[in-house]
Ligand binder design. Sequence first.
Ligand code: S3P
Length: 430
Amino acid sequence: MERLLRKAKALKGEITPPADKSISHRAVMFACMAEGHSRIKNFLWAKDPLSSLTAMRSLGAEIQITQAKEIMVNAKGLHSLKEPENVIDCGNSGTTIRLLSGILAGQPFLSVLTGDDSLRQRPMRRIIEPLRLMGANIMGRAENTLPPLVIKGGHLKAINYSMPIASAQVKSAILLAALFAEGETSVTEPHKSRDHTEKMLKSMGVELEINNNTIKITPPEHPLKPFDIVIPNDFSSAAFFIAGACLVSGSEIIIKNVCLNETRTGFIEVLKSMGANIEIFNLKEQAGEPVGDISVKTASALKAVSVQGEIIPRLIDEFPVLCVVATQAEGTTVIKDAKDLRAKESDRIKAMTTELSKMGVSIKEFEDGVEIKGPCRLKGARVYSYKDHRIAMALSIAALIAQGETVIKDADCVDISFPEFYSLLEMLQR
Ligand code: S3P
């Protein structure tokens, strides 16, 4: 599907973005390992977390959809999953395939995991290696680097693992396998990535010791506790509207009930340092996470920044839209240490460089990032999403400040994380 967008007048009003994708995946997977009934309200009704839900059902989990966006899980403990009768299709979802591999590494049966064209090109050695060290039989296509994956789990032993890159998916796969392993597992990341897994497992009664970037975990002696949660809304989805309101003149919006976990909000820190007009209020706790409302007004002037190092994992999914903001900042913005962006749903460094260039942006691609010279008058163009939801949404925000018309090819991929994206964008435009 193609989407035509024009320059926007102003974004005004209040929106509730969709539920957090990372937390939705974890909630449905982890609830299936508890003993008892869990209730998950505000589950993200989008393709990615639905891949996790369907996968858990194919492993025998009892999951009921009780109302719109509410699910009930009736689970019988850590060892209650069953061998799937068919190959499990993880769709476009890296979180599904990697976290599930961690769980399946601990199961005494055979599973085969695959996904769509994009997922079958995403690197899996990063989970195969540590899970093999723990004793799982796990193989992948292309010399154990790509899906489909074949997993026959079994008796796992604890490991001390130092991760070469910061990745919440890899960290989570190891922590989940560690629930089934003998002894204390420790995992260390070079920088801290999102910690939703740690928070949720702790709330279920798992003993986790967190020291800087090292997590130690021992298999639970008691059944995992079920939970009753309302999932907060997704900061990464909110980020597109934060950027839009910063850039489109005369804008003033409020984004409701957003998860503000600091392992996710590096984008706000960077935008504020660029001169953005962003405020946070109504702070509270929900589902063990800090949550609040975000108000954004058009920035009067933005200045370029340098983004690198520790903050990269805390804004990794906001890279595409951060590039769009940088086009309007005075000076040269540099983003580096972000090579893993080439292994996301698309090569996001190449995608943003190629497509923003078509819109007239002076952008240079490096192996691990980009350099963008601003401010720049964007011009409408025919651009491509690479079937990557975050590229489609970032280019849509660029279209709001471009002269003329922009057409985005394969824009329907927003359904992966944010099916209501275009209707909310239309609603805000005055
Ligand atoms: C995610 C972790 C990140 C992120 C992805 C969601 C998660 O991936 O980019 O969108 O839910 O754990 P990596 O672990 O590959 O960095």
